[in-house]
Every structure is written in C-alpha cells, then in structure tokens.
Design a protein around this ligand. Structure first.
Ligand code: NAD
Ligand code: DAU
Length: 336
C-alpha cells in the first residue's frame, strides 16, 4: 500500500482515477484540487466518505501551501492531473494555463523533491506532439510541436518534469494520452457537449468542415494505463496511450444523434477553432509491450456507455451547465 497524492482529482479523469484506486486497490489517497469551474466534488459523491480518502482544497501554484500539504500528508507517490484542460479557453486567455500547468507543475516537483516523494507521475497529452497529416502516428520519439496555448503549456510542463529527472535525479514518469470520453466529463468538450445539446434540442456546433480526426479512448482505459505507469513504469520514461479509435468529428456527432434518435438538422457548422489541429493518432505499442496495457473498450461500446450515463445523469450536467459554464458558453459561442 502507498500513500498517493492526486492533484485535480475532482475533475473528469482525476475523479475516475480516484474511484478506480479506492475501489480496486488498498492505496491511501489525498486529493488536492482547487475546485475551478472544472472541479466538481459531486463527481466523487459515492466515495467521499471512504476511510482511505481525504480531500484538500488547494491551488497547486501556491508554493507555500503545497509545502504544507506535503509536510502534513507525507505522500510517497504523486499523480498529477490538475490542469486547465480546454483548448478553446486557452485561445481566449492563456494566463490560467501558464499559472496552473507550468508554474503549478514546477511547484509540485519542488515540493515532491523536498519531501522525498518516491515517484511522480505526470499526466500529459498527445497534443504536445502537434498535428498529423493523413498518415502516421505519434510515438514517444515524435518531436514536441505544440500548437495551442494549452498544448504549449503542457509541453512546457513535460519538459520541466524531464529536467527534474535529468538535473535532480527524480523518479518521474510521463504519460501522454489521446482524447478521453466517458462519465463526468465537463460538457464543454466535444462528446458531452453534443450529447447534452442534443438532449435539450439545442444546435450542435461543429467547427470548420467537421473532418478533424481525434483518437478516442474511454476514460477508464486511460486510468488503467496511468495506474500501470505508476506501478511499473521506468523513471524518466514517457508512455503513450491511445484508443485505436480514430474518428472524424462529424462521424462522432452523427453517431450521437443516431443513438439518441435525434435528427441531423441540429448540426450547425460554426467558425473553425483558430490553429485547429487536423489529426491526432497514437502509437501505444510501447505501453502494450512494457506495461502489458491495452484499451478494453471499443469506441462503439464506450460511446454507448457514455450516452447512457449522460441520459441517466441529466441532473449532474444540468447543475454543471447552470453555473459559471453559462457565461463561458456565451463568450465562446455567442459571437459565432
Ligand atoms: P478537467 O478540466 O476535467 O479537470 C482538471 C481538474 O484540475 C479540476 O478538478 C480542477 O479543479 C483542477 N485544477 C485546475 N487548476 C488547479 C489548480 N491551480 N490547483 C489545483 N487544482 C486545479 O481535466 P481532465 O480532462 O480531467 O484532464 C486531467 C489531466 O489529463 C490534465 O492534465 C490534462 O492535460 C490531461 N489529459 C486530458 C485528456 C482529455 O481528453 N481530457 C487527454 C490527455 C491528457
Ligand atoms: O488529445 C487530448 C486532448 O483532448 C486533451 O489534452 C485536452 O485536455 C482535451 O480537451 C482534448 O482536446 P481537443 O481539443 O481535441 O478536445 P475537444 O473536445 O475540445 O474537441 C474535440 C474535437 O471536436 C476538436 O477537433 C474540436 C472539435 N469541436 C470541439 C468543440 C468543443 C467542435 O467541432 N465543436 C465544439 O463545440
């Protein structure tokens, strides 16, 4: 059993990871989350009273606070999810992305080093590799060519982790994953936004020609990969995870409408995202060979499960949508 400090555990992937470890291991977990617009403790309602779980509301970019949190909880392992995660928001204003994703990551590395943390797992993204043409895959050796303020901030954090390994001999592992979907995803991202809008009979805003390609992975397959990297990954190594499920955005949107029995007249083509990356596709062969990992959900299974979850949990996303999300929605889509 280890004592694991998880950052960003009230967000989408973090909350799925916390639940997976509480119910499927004997690790003790401390969840450090600032509860930004994307952090929602309702995501962990079913496990929040677990005897091996504690929550700390704190900002990872606050160095003095992080030193105190580490001194109080003595984590042996850090799994770092906390980030500003939405590309469109980074186009509107990058400042929070620099503060949390770049400064926050260095603050955590410093606290982890000072408190002799044994392993630091940094959760990163395929977006650091940039954009692909019609062919090929991102490998761990693909040069970093981030294109959005979000992905540039994540690439910066990846390099800070690399520097901690090289300079301070810290035991860090970096995971890079493709587009996640599943329960508890904030309805600003493509799949939950389209499901929620379709259920409410609102337009489904498709950027550009709708032919951009993402490699979709069910969130629990990603969490399984992070767990394996945490337990069996080698210090200083990067591991790619992808869903082997490349789909054009229009295919995803049409499939959601079909499964919900809604008509395609809801689709509305809107102005493209500035600098919109065309295609992502991951080569996960290293994680398969070294960590024994593979994704267990096909896109069809995962999407069906996800749609069922959003249909059965309408209260969850309605409450999310009635908060700060509305003001942001106006800013993002009102002008198109
Ligand atoms: P999310 O936006 O749903 O959750 C982010 C969480 O971080 C929230 O709970 C938020 O409150 C917290 N947070 C933000 N700023 C903070 C701060 N300064 N201090 C403490 N907590 C803070 O994000 P997500 O989609 O769950 O992504 C989690 C991680 O996985 C991110 O690092 C992201 O870059 C990475 N990732 C995401 C995807 C994806 O498809 N969503 C894919 C690959 C990698
Ligand atoms: O690839 C991993 C990344 O996936 C993560 O690192 C990010 O945190 C996560 O947000 C996600 O980034 P994307 O930009 O790929 O995801 P998003 O859901 O925002 O968009 C997916 C695709 O859908 C993209 O091509 C843009 C398009 N899109 C998105 C929205 C929100 C639309 O056409 N309309 C929309 O309203």
């Amino acid at each position: 059993m280890s004592k694991i400090l998880v950052t960003g555990g009230a967000g989408f992937i973090g909350s799925n990871f916390v639940r997976m470890l509480l119910l499927g291991s004997d690790h003790e977990l401390v969840n450090v989350d600032a509860l930004t617009y994307a952090g929602n403790l309702e995501n962990l309602h079913d496990v929040e009273k677990h005897s091996r779980y504690a929550f700390v509301k704190a900002d990872i970019a606050d160095a003095a606070r992080m030193q105190r949190v580490f001194a109080e909880h003595h984590p042996e392992v850090v799994v770092h999810f906390a980030a500003e995660s939405h590309v469109d928001r980074s186009v509107l204003d990058a400042s929070a992305f620099i503060r949390t994703n770049v400064v926050g990551t260095q603050v955590l590395l410093d606290a982890a080093r000072a408190h002799k943390v044994q392993r630091f797992v940094h959760v990163s993204t395929d977006e650091v590799y940039g954009s692909l043409g019609a062919w090929g895959y991102f490998t761990e050796e693909t040069p970093l060519q981030a294109n959005s303020p979000y992905s540039a901030s994540k690439a910066a954090s990846d390099l800070l982790v690399r520097a901690a390994v090289h300079t301070h001999h810290m035991d860090c592992v970096v995971t890079r994953c493709s587009n996640n979907y599943g329960p508890f995803q904030f309805p600003e991202k493509l799949i939950p936004l389209m499901i929620a809008n379709a259920l409410e009979g609102k337009p489904l805003p498709v950027y550009g020609d709708g032919k951009n390609v993402r490699d979709w992975i069910y969130v629990l397959d990603h969490c399984d990969g992070i767990r394996r990297a945490m337990e069996d990954g080698k210090a200083g190594e990067v591991y790619n995870f992808g869903g082997d499920a490349e789909r054009e955005n229009m295919f995803v949107v049409r499939e959601i409408l079909r499964q919900l029995g809604k008509g395609e007249e809801l689709i509305k083509f809107v102005k493209d995202r500035p600098g919109h990356d065309r295609r992502y596709a991951m080569d996960s062969s290293k994680a398969r060979a070294v960590l024994g990992w593979r994704p267990h959900h096909t896109f069809e299974d995962g999407l069906r499960k996800t749609i069922d979850w959003y249909v059965s949990n309408q209260q969850w996303w309605e409450r999310v949508r009635s908060g700060a999300y509305q003001a942001y929605y106006e800013q993002q889509y009102g002008r198109r």
